[in-house]
Write a protein that binds this ligand. Structure first.
Ligand SMILES: Cc1ncc(COP(=O)(O)O)c(C=O)c1O
Length: 362
C-alpha cells in the first residue's frame, strides 16, 4: 500500500455529530430523533436566507463568484472595514486550514490548548508542524502559559474564544496582556465561531488587533447563530497582506453560490440572530437548573452548548441517549472521558434531553 507522509498517520479522522438519518438507520428508531451534537442553531435558518436559497437555485449551473464580491462587501460594511480585510471559507474550518497551509512547515511550532477545538491539531499535523499543547486551567485557555510557551520556532497560536467543547472564554484583560507578550513574527488566530452568543462585557473585541496591523486573524462563521452550517460559509478577518497570502492557498470556488446568497440574507436578518441569542440564554438557564436539580456538574458556557460532567463514561451515556432518540457528543477525544457536550436546543428539545438523561443516568 502507498504510505502517506508520516504526519498523516498520526491524524484521527474527524468525528462529527452523527446525522439523524444515520442513527435512524443504525438503531431502527422510528420515533422522533433530536440532534444536540454539533452546536447548530436549533431554530433553523433565517426565513430571509431560505428565500435567498430558493432564488439562487436557478443559478446553480453557474460557478459562484470566486471572490465573493457581494458577500465581502456586505461584511465589510457590517464591520466598517475594507473588503481587503476579508477572506471567505468553506466553513471557518477552511480558513483555519489556509492558515496552516500558508504558514506552517516541518519544524515550525504551533501553540494551542489541550481541550481546545480539534481542528488546530488536525491542520498542524496536516502540515507536519510541531504541536505545543498547553494545559487549560479550569477548562479555560491559560493565555499566560501559552505566551510562556513561545519559542523562536513558534509560528502560529490558535485560541478558541469561546472554546468548544468547554464553552469557556478568555477575557479582554487576559487577551491584552497576552498580545503584549506575543512577538511580531508570530501569527495569532482567534477563532470566534460562537462570538454572537457571548454576552459578557469582559469578552475581548479583537478587531482592533487586526486594524492595528498585528499578525492577527479572527475567524467567524455562518454555521452557528446564523443557522447555515449545511451551506459551509465562514470567514477570516486579518490585515490585507495576510489575506493576500491566505488567498494563494484558497481553492478558486471554495464558497458555493447558494451559500454566498444565503449568508448575505442571514447577515441582514438581525431579528433572527437576536431571537436565537435570547432563546439560547433561556435554554441555557433551563438546562443549568435541570443539571443542578440532578446534582450534575457542568462548565458554565458562553456558547450554544454545555459540557456536562458525568460519573461514568460519556461514550456510554451518549450511546444510551441515542436509544432514547437524543444525539449528544461524547468528548473523550478531547481528554474528557467522563463528560458529554450537549447543544442547547429548543425548549421542547431541552425537555426531551433532560427526560432521556434521567432515564439513562443512574
Ligand atoms: C470553535 C469552533 N471553531 C470553528 C468551527 C468550525 O465551524 P465551521 O467550519 O462550520 O465554520 C467550530 C464548529 O463546531 C467550532 O466549534
Amino acid at each position: 500500500m502507498l504510505k502517506p507522509k508520516p504526519s498523516i498517520d498520526t491524524i484521527q479522522p474527524y468525528q462529527g455529530g452523527k446525522p439523524i438519518e444515520e442513527v435512524r438507520r443504525e438503531l431502527g428508531i422510528t420515533t422522533d430523533i433530536i440532534k444536540l451534537a454539533s452546536n447548530e442553531n436549533p431554530f433553523g435558518p433565517s426565513p430571509l436566507a431560505m428565500q435567498a436559497i430558493s432564488e439562487s437555485a436557478t443559478q446553480v449551473h453557474l460557478y459562484p463568484d470566486g471572490n465573493a464580491y457581494y458577500l465581502k462587501a456586505d461584511l465589510a460594511e457590517y464591520f466598517n472595514i475594507s473588503a481587503e480585510h476579508l477572506i471567505l471559507g468553506n466553513g471557518s474550518n477552511d480558513v483555519l486550514q489556509f492558515v496552516a497551509e500558508a504558514y506552517l512547515a516541518p519544524g515550525d511550532e504551533v501553540i494551542y490548548a489541550a481541550g481546545a477545538f480539534v481542528v488546530y491539531s488536525l491542520v498542524t499535523k496536516l502540515c507536519s508542524a510541531t504541536a505545543v499543547v498547553v494545559p487549560m486551567v479550569a477548562h479555560t485557555h491559560d493565555l499566560s502559559a501559552m505566551a510562556a510557551a513561545i519559542t523562536e520556532k513558534t509560528k502560529v497560536i490558535f485560541v478558541a474564544n469561546p472554546n468548544n467543547p468547554t464553552g469557556t472564554m478568555v477575557t479582554a484583560e487576559e487577551t491584552a496582556a497576552f498580545m503584549e507578550r506575543v512577538p511580531d513574527d508570530v501569527l495569532v488566530v482567534f477563532d470566534e465561531a460562537y462570538y454572537e452568543y457571548v454576552d459578557r462585557s469582559d469578552y475581548p473585541q479583537t478587531l482592533p488587533y487586526v486594524l492595528a496591523g498585528r499578525n492577527f486573524i479572527i475567524t467567524r462563521t455562518f454555521s452557528k447563530i446564523y443557522g447555515l452550517a449545511g451551506l459551509r460559509i465562514g470567514y477570516g478577518i486579518a490585515p490585507p497582506p495576510l489575506i493576500e497570502t491566505l488567498n494563494r492557498v484558497r481553492q478558486p470556488f471554495n464558497c458555493s453560490l447558494v451559500g454566498q446568497a444565503a449568508a448575505r440574507a442571514a447577515l441582514k436578518d438581525t431579528a433572527h440572530v437576536t431571537k436565537s441569542r435570547e432563546q439560547n440564554a433561556v435554554g441555557k438557564a433551563f438546562l443549568y437548573e435541570a443539571f443542578d436539580d440532578m446534582g450534575l456538574r457542568y462548565v458554565e458556557s458562553e456558547g450554544n452548548f454545555i459540557m456536562l460532567h458525568l460519573e461514568q463514561s460519556g461514550a456510554d451515556i451518549a450511546d444510551a441517549l441515542l436509544k432514547e432518540g437524543v444525539i449528544v457528543r461524547p468528548i473523550g477525544g478531547y481528554g474528557y472521558p467522563n463528560a458529554v457536550r450537549v447543544t442547547i436546543g429548543t425548549q421542547q428539545e431541552n425537555e426531551k434531553f433532560i427526560k432521556a438523561l434521567k432515564v439513562v443516568s443512574h
